[in-house]
Design a protein around this ligand. Structure first.
Ligand SMILES: [Fe+2]
Ligand SMILES: [Fe+2]
Length: 194
């Protein structure tokens, strides 16, 4: 039965990875739509934008990227030719983190009526969107298929123990609760907006 549970482990880890990407892609579409409001002469929903970026930053920093770090390094051990693409992805994690911080600063400020020129917000969001979409597409096309082929159930178990979500907290709230709240807030704002 051990094999069965390890296989399950593996399938869950892969499908969680892909599901994270699908949700990120959905959030990027929402963000793009909000930024597009500027061009229709409307005010974007700053609260929604800030929640989207906050979710992507916190979930990325605390869950998604630490898991990827482990999966990537196991993959490079097996496929040294993956080193270049993995290095690029790791650098992109840094650019994404830096851009998220800037976006959050500006959009939180915008909500509080601290004026940031519209062009700055649009340009920052455009860099973030382009980088993130390209990043997701590289992981989906070049990395996940290799990982599915090459990583075994024990490797996935190593990926899985990186983030025992239940054991972690952020500002006194469990991570799981923090992410659930953000997802709900995003969903509610999204409904109000449509
Ligand atoms: Fe990534
Ligand atoms: Fe990813």
């Amino acid at each position: 039965m051990r094999t069965f549970s390890l296989d399950n482990h593996m399938n869950n880890a892969i499908s969680d990875w892909h599901t994270d990407h699908l949700y990120f892609a959905h959030l990027l579409d929402l963000l793009q739509k909000q930024v597009g409001s500027f061009f229709e002469g409307k005010q974007p929903n700053y609260r929604l934008i800030a929640k989207i970026v906050e979710y992507m930053r916190d979930y990325g920093d605390r869950v998604h990227h630490p898991r990827e770090d482990v999966a990537f390094s196991l993959l490079v051990e097996r496929y040294p030719d993956m080193q270049l693409v993995v290095n690029r992805l790791l650098q992109e994690h840094q650019v994404i983190a830096e851009t998220s911080a800037q976006l959050l600063e500006h959009f939180n400020g915008a909500e509080l009526d601290v004026i940031t020129p519209r062009d700055v917000l649009v340009a920052l969001a455009a860099v973030y969107l382009a980088y993130y979409r390209n990043h997701l597409s590289t992981e989906e096309k070049l990395v996940i298929p290799r990982a599915v082929k090459m990583l075994n159930a024990e490797d996935w178990a190593k990926v899985d123990v990186v983030v025992p979500a239940s054991a972690q907290s952020l500002r006194g709230i469990s991570l799981q609760e923090h992410f659930e709240t953000l997802r709900k807030q995003i969903h509610d704002e999204e409904r109000l907006d449509s």
